[in-house]
Write a new protein. Structure first.
Length: 311
């Protein structure tokens, strides 16, 4: 199947009340494993590629790699640039055949964020490419989010209508307490999301696609496997599944998963290395790693996101 942009994906997801997973891949194997799960579940899927992964795979290799795998399948697949840091990078990815790009200027004042996002949209839309933007700070555990006003570094609902109207972007990543990385909360800290902010935003943008970044659950059984076989991922804490399900019920249409893909792959790889020390055939170690990724993605699609059988 030909790669598609995210517009029809999100329209259907919003109408039927589910979310689409955007899974960050780092190589051919993780891409293949994610797509296998989506095909098994008959689910639409977004293959997300960060700038770091794009550099690792090779700029000109990403589209041909994903396209070659997608042609064998019959599900909607979008190729998405995750957290594009500049207008130039977004344009380059659009020219290379990505069907969706994210421009992340959320660290800048809103006026500058609007100006930059608008330029990307004006380049992308005539070429059939959808654009995601971001408002608010999606942080890591080391970032301090406690400040004097009600919203702090989270997305301010008062900004969203203006931002969407002036930029004409196609989806918006909002900050309500998710965080990048494997250590999203400190030990003893109760995981929570600002659903009050999400509800305010959804009321202002009742039909508009909303996105959660930094939404890996960091399954503890996979962390335990990694640590059992030589890893050191102590106090790795993710977003509880029930919070993600609630976010979807409140109108989130796209959920980004990156850390969990790496955790699953590494758990399978480390376990295989331990169990087969006499082997030096890479396939013996990469295959179990891929299987763990496929299993994890299948579970998320069917048990959290609700997109199974929606292709």
């Amino acid at each position: 199947m030909e790669l598609v942009n995210t517009k029809e994906m999100f329209k259907k997801a919003h109408k039927e009340g589910y979310a689409i997973g955007a899974f960050n891949i780092d190589n051919f194997e993780t891409c293949e494993a994610v797509l296998k799960a989506a095909q098994l579940e008959k689910s639409p899927v977004i293959i997300a590629v960060s700038e770091g992964a794009r550099n690792f795979i090779g700029h000109h290799n990403v589209r041909p790699m994903v396209e070659s795998l997608a042609k064998q399948l019959n599900i909607p697949i979008a190729l998405h640039l995750d957290h594009g840091k500049s207008i130039e990078t977004c344009k380059e990815c659009i020219d290379q055949g990505y069907t969706s790009v994210m421009i992340d200027a959320s660290h800048l004042p809103i006026e500058e964020n609007i100006r930059i996002t608008k330029q990307v949209v004006e380049y992308a839309h005539p070429r059939g490419v959808s654009v995601e933007a971001e408002l608010g700070v999606i942080s890591g555990i080391e970032d301090e989010l406690i400040v004097s006003d009600k919203y702090g570094k989270f997305t301010h609902p008062s900004d969203v209508e203006r931002f969407v109207k002036e930029t004409n972007c196609d989806s918006l990543a909002i900050a309500i307490g998710t965080a990048h990385g494997a250590h999203k909360f400190k030990p003893g800290q109760k995981p929570m999301l600002r659903f009050d902010i999400l509800e305010e935003i959804r009321e202002l943008l009742p039909e508009f696609p909303l996105v959660l970044h930094g939404a890996s659950s960091v399954p503890q059984e996979l962390v335990e496997t990694i640590n059992k076989y030589g890893g050191n991922m102590e106090a790795a804490i993710g977003i509880p599944e029930e919070l993600l399900r609630k976010a979807i019920k409140l109108g989130v249409n796209k959920i980004n998963v990156g850390t969990d893909i790496r955790v699953a792959y590494l758990a399978g790889f480390r376990k295989a290395l331990h169990e087969k020390p006499h082997l030096f055939d890479l396939k013996a170690f990469v295959s179990p790693a891929k299987e763990e990724v496929t299993k994890l993605v299948s579970y998320k699609i069917s048990n959290i996101f609700g997109s199974s059988q929606k292709a």
